[in-house]
Design a protein. Structure first.
Length: 410
């Protein structure tokens, strides 16, 4: 997103000829396009001035697109949404469960049984300057400054481009939309991720190897006893019964249930430790992991801050995080504390989301910056309803906090 200084806007998008062959919604990504997505992002809009960018996309800095032009672009490029990854049809999943692994041996045995019964019955006659949070894109927890000027040749490093799926955490800005949906950087990443082939887990490889081994042994023994039965003078029907019985007897019907139960019990234990297991096979894989590598703050943490200590009256006080404030170690009647609490509540843009009144304060969802959210919860616990405090002190004017002045007036 490039930035300008206009009063109103509508989105403007364009589509180059090279995007005419882009994959349709729900389809697989061709190998040629996967190779293109793996390359560096190639774009020149971040090097243009605001006026040049508006001329290229046939829009206006003040009025934006006309309704007819916006409707035309919407009809041509579609809505600003990502293409969902391809899903396996339910009937294919059903067929895999019904005919995969040992099941094929049981089906062969069943078919042979029906054939033998039919033959027997026959013989018997019967599947701008604002700060943006790029953590969802890069994993960087610190807000990144945005401005109208090009600061880097790489579009991923320049400050005059904001990306789809990132959030503005401070300041305001106006800009020109230069890409939507699958043509955004996040869209490229999503399309690339959906086109990657998932490898088999160690336990899946071991089970598959075991299935092949048991299948070979079962078929070998079945055929051997079938031939021996014929040599010993049994009728061919009795020999087929020997074949079916030996093959079915070698199938470990309880293997799938046993493995699933063991992995499920482990997943439940991990869930009690606040660790959600989405794929049961990952439980065994995690057990065989020796090293976990992670970069960027927020990958292993939740980017949630909590007030731990406060400094006032020339002393450091430990904050009380209990709901009943039974562990408070400071004097709440102190004028300094009253002033500090009022500032933390009023010079704060964070607000609790609707529908959280019956939830403990520390577990409530908050809309706002992480540090301001921590201050909001601290004052809510110590002084009561911040909402009532703000209603009694209406905002008349405001000087927002910024990294240069490092203060806020409200």
């Amino acid at each position: 997103m490039g930035y300008g200084r206009s009063d109103s806007y509508r989105v403007a998008t364009t589509q180059d000829n090279k995007d005419d062959d882009s994959p349709k919604r729900g389809k697989g990504v061709p190998k040629k396009e996967m190779d293109e997505l793996k390359k560096e992002v190639a774009m020149t809009e971040h090097k243009m001035s605001v006026e040049e960018c508006c001329r290229k996309y046939n829009t206006d800095c003040v009025q934006g697109l006309t309704l007819s032009k916006a409707a035309e672009i919407l009809a041509r490029d579609g809505p600003n949404a990502l293409t969902p990854p391809p899903t396996t049809p339910e009937w294919i999943k059903f067929c895999r469960q019904l005919f995969g692994g040992f099941s094929i041996l049981l089906w062969i045995g069943a078919i042979l049984c029906f054939l033998a019964y039919g033959i027997q019955a026959g013989t018997e006659d019967d599947p701008a300057n604002d700060n943006v949070d790029n953590s969802s894109l890069t994993g960087e927890s610190e807000p990144q400054t945005r401005s109208p000027d090009c600061t880097h040749d790489n579009p991923l490093e320049t400050r005059n481009v904001a990306f789809f799926s990132t959030n503005c955490v401070e300041g305001t800005a106006r800009g020109v939309v230069i890409a939507t949906g699958d043509r955004t950087v996040m869209g490229r990443i999503a399309t690339l991720a959906s086109g990657l082939e998932g490898g088999k887990t160690p336990i899946a490889k071991e089970i598959e190897h075991f299935i092949h081994l048991i299948t070979g042994v079962a078929v070998f023994l079945g055929i051997t006893f079938f031939i021996l039965s014929l040599i010993l003078g049994y009728s061919w029907l009795e020999a087929v019964i020997f074949l079916i019985g030996i093959i079915v007897a070698n199938v470990p019907e309880g293997l799938l249930a046993t493995v699933t139960v063991c992995l499920t019990l482990t997943a439940k234990r991990m869930a009690r430790k606040n660790c959600l297991v989405k794929n049961l096979e990952a439980v065994e894989t995690l057990g065989s992991t020796s090293t976990i590598c992670s970069d960027k703050t927020g990958t292993l943490t939740q980017n949630r801050m909590t007030v731990a200590h406060m400094w006032f009256d020339n002393q450091i006080h430990e904050a009380d995080t209990t709901e009943d404030q039974s562990g408070a170690s400071f004097d709440k009647s102190s004028l300094t504390w009253v002033s500090l609490a009022r500032i933390a509540a009023l010079c704060n843009r964070a607000v609790f989301k609707a529908g959280n009144d019956n939830i403990p304060v520390l577990k409530r969802d908050v809309a706002g910056d992480a540090s301001e959210s921590a201050l909001l919860k601290c004052i809510e616990l110590s002084c009561g309803s911040v909402k009532l405090m703000r209603e009694k002190n209406k905002k008349v004017a405001e000087i927002p906090f910024n990294s240069t002045n490092k203060y806020q007036v409200r």
